[in-house]
Write a protein that binds this ligand. Structure first.
Ligand code: ZN
Length: 344
C-alpha cells in the first residue's frame, strides 16, 4: 500500500539566525579557527549552509519532548537500548522508552522467549510486515523513521537566501575559553577560536512529507510554531548561547494524485482515509476540513495551497488533532515488554 503515493505536503521553511550559529564541520583548518561551520559548493563557490539532517534531528528531538509531555511513554528514545532497562527497578526509563527499532529487533530474534518472558504475539506474527512496523512504531518514528522503517518526512539542506560576496561571508569569529575545573576561572592556555554564522542570516529548506496522516501534519506544524517562537536551537554550543534561530513558513501546499471520488472541496485526506480500513494503525476518518487559499486541478494532481489566515486555521486544526491523537495514543501490546522477562 505505501508503495503508492496518496498525499504529499510541500513547503519552504525559512530559517533566520538570531544569534551566532555553528553547525561544525568535521575538521579544523590548519591556519584558521579550531571550529568552522559546514560549507558546501553552490554556484561554483563555497558557502555556509545548515544541513537538513541537523534540522531534522533538532525538530525530531523537540517533538520527542513534546510527545512525552502529552503522553509519557508514548514516544521512544531512539538511543535507548533494552539492556539499559532494569525491570526490577521500576520507574524511568521504562521499557516503553526503548527505541522502536530495538524493540522490533528483540521481537524478530525471539529474545523475549529465550529470556523466559511472555511475548504478546504468536511465533508466526513475529515476521514484521510494513503494516505492523508502521502500526507499532511510536508517533515520532512513524513520521521521522527509524532503523526499521523509512520516515515520511524529508528536510533538505537549508541554503542562503541571499548571495553574499565571497569576501564578506556572513560569519564571525568568537573566542572559546576553557574553564579551569578547580579555580572556576579561565584555564591557562586553553583557548579556542570558533567561526560561527552571524546573526540575521536567512536560509531556506524544502520540506516534503509523503503519505501522511492528518495528525502528523499537526505534529510538524506544532514544531514549526515553536520554531517561529524561537524555542529550538540548532548546532553546537546550545547551552552556552549559540544556535538561536527562528523559522517561518509562508505557504504550504498539499497534493493528491488522481481522482478522489467523494472528496469535497477543502478536505485534506490523510493516509487513513485512503486506506479506509484502519490498517497501518490509522483511523478511517482521517480528514481535516479547512478551506484553502486556493485549490486547483492540474493533470493528475489536485493541489490545495494554504497561506496567511488559511494557513493559520490549518495549523490550529491540525495541532488540535495531533494533541488529541497523542493524548489517546495507546502503545500496542506487541511493543510492551512483559514485566518478568529477565526471570527465567
Ligand atoms: Zn519510536
Amino acid at each position: 500500500m505505501l508503495k503508492r503515493l496518496v498525499n504529499e505536503l510541500r513547503c519552504t521553511l525559512l530559517i533566520r539566525t538570531e544569534g551566532p550559529v555553528l553547525v561544525k564541520s568535521g575538521h579544523s583548518s590548519v591556519a584558521g579557527p579550531d571550529m568552522t561551520p559546514v560549507r558546501t559548493y553552490r554556484g561554483g563557490r563555497l558557502e555556509v549552509y545548515l544541513p537538513g539532517s541537523s534540522l531534522k534531528g533538532v525538530i525530531r528531538s523537540h517533538l520527542e519532548k513534546v510527545g512525552r509531555t502529552l503522553n509519557p511513554g508514548a514516544v521512544c528514545n531512539p538511543f535507548l537500548k533494552p539492556e539499559s532497562i532494569d525491570p526490577t527497578a521500576g520507574g524511568s526509563p521504562g521499557f516503553s522508552e526503548v527505541a522502536c527499532s530495538e524493540k522490533f529487533q528483540a521481537r524478530k530474534n525471539g529474545k523475549m522467549r529465550t529470556q523466559g518472558g511472555r511475548w504478546c504475539r504468536s511465533q508466526e506474527d513475529l515476521e514484521d510486515t510494513p503494516d505492523t512496523v508502521y502500526a507499532d512504531s511510536c508517533p515520532v518514528c512513524r513520521l521521522f523513521g527509524s532503523n526499521s522503517h523509512i520516515g515520511r518526512l524529508s528536510i533538505g539542506d537549508a541554503y542562503l537566501t541571499k548571495s553574499y560576496s565571497p569576501n564578506v561571508e556572513p560569519v564571525e569569529f568568537r573566542d572559546g575559553v576553557g574553564i579551569d575545573r578547580i579555580s572556576g576561572g579561565a584555564a591557562p592556555q586553553v583557548k579556542f577560536d570558533l567561526q560561527a554564522i552571524s546573526p540575521g542570516v536567512e536560509f531556506a529548506a524544502e520540506v516534503l512529507v509523503r503519505n501522511f496522516e492528518c495528525w502528523q501534519l499537526g505534529m510538524l506544524l506544532a514544531a514549526f510554531a515553536d520554531l517561529r517562537d524561537g524555542l529550538l536551537r540548532v548546532g553546537m554550543g546550545r547551552s552556552r548561547g549559540l544556535g538561536a534561530v527562528t523559522g517561518s513558513t509562508e505557504s504550504l501546499s498539499i497534493s493528491f494524485l488522481g481522482a478522489l471520488p467523494g472528496r469535497r472541496s477543502g478536505e485534506v485526506w490523510g493516509l487513513g482515509k485512503f486506506l479506509g480500513d484502519g490498517s497501518y494503525g490509522t483511523v478511517a476518518e482521517d480528514v481535516l476540513v479547512v478551506t484553502p487559499s486556493s485549490e486547483r486541478q492540474h493533470g493528475l494532481r489536485s493541489t490545495l495551497t494554504y497561506e496567511g489566515d488559511a494557513l493559520q486555521k490549518l495549523q490550529n486544526a491540525a495541532i488540535a488533532l495531533f494533541v488529541e491523537r497523542l493524548q489517546t495514543w495507546e502503545v500496542p501490546a506487541a511493543m510492551c515488554w512483559p514485566g518478568d522477562w529477565r526471570r527465567a
